[in-house]
Design a protein around this ligand. Structure first.
Ligand SMILES: [Zn+2]
Length: 121
């Protein structure tokens, strides 16, 4: 991987991290706000489920982005963290913060993972 590629990926990861974190430095507050929201803001059981799912997905994505950043720093970016195989470059392009290959992701999904990854792959 060239320096330019690394730089570009880091920028993408930083942008995603900012997106799932809310405005810089307020990440943990964001999650607290959501879970402490008064019930009158929640119109129905469906809204509640959606809110919880939204927070969980953001939280999971944030953790993945942070892991991907760490891997990028130590030169392991693009290597599946489950099986050690290279991750398909097209998959990395679609989801720069992914840390597992498609087949490992499918196995993780079966255990109850995040369906977004299957769709993007
Ligand atoms: Zn794998």
């Amino acid at each position: 991987m060239t320096k330019n590629q690394t730089k570009k990926i880091r920028e993408q990861l930083e942008a995603k991290l900012a997106e799932v974190s809310g405005n810089g430095g307020r990440r943990d507050e964001l999650i607290t706000e959501w879970s402490n929201d008064p019930m009158d803001q929640i119109q129905s059981r469906a809204d509640l489920d959606l809110t919880v799912r939204f927070v969980n997905t953001d939280f999971q994505t944030k953790r993945q982005v942070q892991t991907a950043m760490a891997l990028l720093e130590n030169g392991e970016y693009g290597i599946c963290q489950e099986c050690g195989e290279e991750i398909n470059p097209k998959r990395l392009e679609a989801i720069p913060w992914t840390t597992v290959c498609v087949s490992c992701q499918e196995e993780l999904d079966e255990v109850g993972g995040d369906s977004d990854f299957r769709r993007a792959a």
